[in-house]
Design a protein around this ligand. Structure first.
Ligand code: ADP
Ligand code: MG
Length: 305
């Protein structure tokens, strides 16, 4: 399997603050890779360093074997970045921006027009093609950024919080489109605050915190190695106090009942025994494995916004 991206001991200092503390990992070609972490973890810093937007203080980043600093032109062509920050251009229309961007990569003529038309169509921008970008809504601007990142058909597509502040409809459109690109063989690197999205889409994830990688594994392995499963209990007598051992396991408490966590090796009859012991009349019990959100919180101690 060839590598799409290699990070080797990447550091970034802002004065005495270390935004990246020696990041090393690899992303395989064709992967759908999630880069997760609480705000300030260093995700955008790492992505921007990979995209040549900032120079790391130390270490090396390679894209398909090319060094992002020494072989900037090659890596620029291999990568498409959808940045976290929205842009708005006061002069150019959407179509003009896309033409400029693809012209920069030497794409011209019929090939250029066909692909730009297809992007406009797929991202539901066709009827806005002649609008000036600073007149657009946030969701539309996000779509323009995605189209701009794809205009040269990069082998590696990097999306930094592409669904932040985007409505449900557009999120679905985006994921369908991104999945299709992945199926065609593009490598996708995604950062997102929506851990449900990451769980559904990403085969592998890295979880960053304070400039370090806390965990890196396949999504299924991360979920499997989490020590707990979860038990949702609907009860008849909501006001009966819980015993200490139940309180210790309580994760959530709402009108419908309780959510407890249970060590994986512990049996359901232990759980039912504890409930019975507290005099709790059980209406219904459902168990499930951990979600990526729960794994994330256990690893970082932080709740995702
Ligand atoms: P994330 O994308 O994971 O939310 P960032 O990569 O944007 O995190 O930021 C990582 C850390 O680096 C944060 O603490 C942020 O405040 C800091 N940082 C980012 N850019 C700069 C800068 N230009 N100057 C100083 N600190 C910065
Ligand atoms: Mg960020």
């Amino acid at each position: 399997m060839s590598l799409a991206v290699e990070f080797q001991h990447v550091t970034k200092q802002y004065g005495s603050f270390e935004a990246l503390k020696g990041i090393s990992f690899e992303v395989e070609e064709g992967a759908f890779f999630g880069l997760l972490g609480p705000n300030g973890a260093g995700k955008s810093t790492l992505i921007n360093a990979m995209s040549g937007l900032l120079v790391p203080s130390g270490g090396m980043i390679k894209v398909h074997g090319y060094d992002v600093i020494q072989d900037y032109r090659q890596t620029r062509r291999l990568l498409g970045l959808v940045p976290q920050e929205l842009i708005a251009d006061p002069f150019f229309t959407i179509r003009q921006l896309l033409e400029l961007q693809s012209g920069y990569f030497g794409i011209k003529g019929k090939e250029q027009k066909q692909w730009i038309d297809e992007l406009l169509e797929r991202l539901a921008l066709a009827d806005k093609a002649n609008a000036i970008t600073n007149q657009l809504s946030g969701g539309m601007k996000r779509r323009v950024l995605i189209a701009m990142a794809l205009v040269h058909k990069p082998r590696v597509l990097v999306l930094d919080e592409p669904t932040a502040g985007v409505d449900v409809d557009l999120r679905h459109t985006l994921w369908e489109f991104t999945k299709e690109l992945h199926q065609k063989g593009h490598t996708i690197i995604l950062t997102t605050h929506y851990l449900e999205e990451a769980e559904a889409l990403c085969e592998k994830v890295a979880i960053m915190q304070r400039g370090e990688v806390k965990a890196l594994d396949t999504t299924s392995q991360l979920l499997a190695t989490h020590p707990f499963r979860y038990v949702r209990v609907a009860v008849e007598n909501r006001n009966t106090p819980l015993s200490m051992e139940l309180k210790k396991r309580l994760v959530e408490d709402d009108n419908a009942g309780y959510l407890f966590r249970l060590e994986k090796e512990q049996s359901m009859s232990d759980m039912l025994g504890m409930l019975h012991h507290s005099g709790i009349a059980v209406k219904d019990v459902r168990t499930r494995d951990a979600t990526l959100e729960e794994v994330f919180m256990a690893l970082t101690g932080a709740a995702q916004a």
